[in-house]
Ligand binder design. Sequence first.
Ligand SMILES: NC(=O)c1ccc[n+]([C@@H]2O[C@H](COP(=O)([O-])OP(=O)(O)OC[C@H]3O[C@@H](n4cnc5c(N)ncnc54)[C@H](O)[C@@H]3O)[C@@H](O)[C@H]2O)c1
Length: 182
Amino acid sequence: MKLKAEIQSEFGGLDAFVNNAVARPMKRYTDPLDCWKSSMDINASGMFDIVREMADLIEQKDGGSIVNIGSMQGMFGPDFSLYEGTEMDSPPDYHFHKGGMIALTKYLARKFGPKNIRVNCISPGGLYSGQDEAFVERYNKKVPLGRMAGHDDIKGVVVFLAAQASSYITGENILMDGGLHA
Ligand SMILES: NC(=O)c1ccc[n+]([C@@H]2O[C@H](COP(=O)([O-])OP(=O)(O)OC[C@H]3O[C@@H](n4cnc5c(N)ncnc54)[C@H](O)[C@@H]3O)[C@@H](O)[C@H]2O)c1
């Protein structure tokens, strides 16, 4: 893999890997099975491929941290009432992959603990990105903090899990949902 070779030659390994990418080929429950399959290719097979290769680079540095970005949708079923009257849906592949990510986090934490590699997951609630106004209004009313997450909300949690500040935490999943499930 080109990326792996470049990191290896430039930095001699990797200290931390944040596994953030996601593809959304499936938008709705009723979408064709091909959308599910494409999601499987990227969000399951591709995701595992990159994590395994990056873990290898972290091992070359005698340890470090992997931070998986999951979602509350991997922990809880969808609240369909939020989407009523909008074009939005909560596609099933997303729940499937984000739930699997939490399980994989625990698997990798056990596998790589002895190599001093910590593996944790962050499960954010909804991030604001210009969604349908009706959805946002309904969502905000349900959240104790009264708003959707912003991009800045996740940075501190990522830094915490990537750094030595969390040196004895591994296999953990941190729900970051503004209190929605409190
Ligand atoms: N948006 C939300 O409300 C929300 C809520 C909870 C969790 N999350 C999680 O936060 C993370 C970021 O979400 P977002 O909303 O910014 O997503 P996004 O769709 O805006 O961005 C995802 C990024 O992944 C990249 N990507 C997709 N397929 C790729 C591939 N095969 N290889 C490399 N890169 C690829 C895309 O180019 C894009 O830059 C995701 O893991 C998502 O599941 C998002």
